[in-house]
Each structure stands twice: as structure tokens, then as C-alpha cells.
Design a protein around this ligand. Structure first.
Ligand SMILES: [Zn+2]
Length: 106
């Protein structure tokens, strides 16, 4: 009787590793853009005199963050081809393992 595995096998295929790097890069971009939204808002509000220009800049920042978020969460898993960050009911950006094939982001 085989012992249960604690972790899924680590990916070693070149295409899988390239896909994992792309997912990591998209996640990092989304996290940085979304976490810096409030500081960006405060900075723009302080530096830009025009309220309309400030709203446009923050709107562009928010749009970039949301685009990065959806681009990251809708990335396909490089191993199974299904959505990497999509669990049963959520688009979880913090997930470290594919919910479908258990491929880890290591
Ligand atoms: Zn997968």
C-alpha cells in the first residue's frame, strides 16, 4: 500500500516551468498594483491640483490593477490547462497550488 503524498510532484518540464514563471509574474504585478492603490491615490491627490486629472489617474491605476488581477486569476495551469487560480467558488490570487492537478508554484 503506497503512502499518501504530502506534496504534488514538482514540475520539471520546460513548458511547465515557463508557465509557472508567467503565473508568478502576473500574480506579483496584480498584487503590487492593488496594494499600492491607496498610496497612489494619496500621492496623486496630494500632487495633482486638478481633481479631474487625479480621478483619471486613479481610474487608470485601478483599471490596470483589475486587469492584472483578472489576467492572473484567469491564467491557465501549465500542466492541466484549466484555470490555475479558480477554485470551486472563487478567484483566489493567493492560492499556491492548482486546484485541479495540484501543481505547486515552487
Ligand atoms: Zn493544473
Amino acid at each position: 500500500m503506497p503512502l499518501p503524498r504530502r506534496h504534488a510532484p514538482v514540475a520539471t518540464s520546460g513548458d511547465v516551468l515557463v508557465g509557472i514563471r508567467a503565473i508568478r509574474r502576473r500574480r506579483l504585478t496584480a498584487i503590487i498594483l492593488l496594494l499600492t492603490l491607496v498610496p497612489a491615490f494619496l500621492t496623486v491627490d496630494y500632487l495633482v491640483a486638478s481633481e479631474t486629472a487625479a480621478r483619471i489617474l486613479i481610474g487608470l491605476w485601478l483599471a490596470a490593477g483589475l486587469t492584472a488581477y483578472f489576467r492572473a486569476t484567469l491564467s491557465p495551469c501549465p500542466r492541466c490547462g484549466l484555470l490555475f487560480h479558480t477554485g470551486f467558488i472563487s478567484f483566489d490570487l493567493w492560492i499556491r497550488r492548482c486546484p485541479n492537478c495540484r501543481l505547486e508554484l515552487r
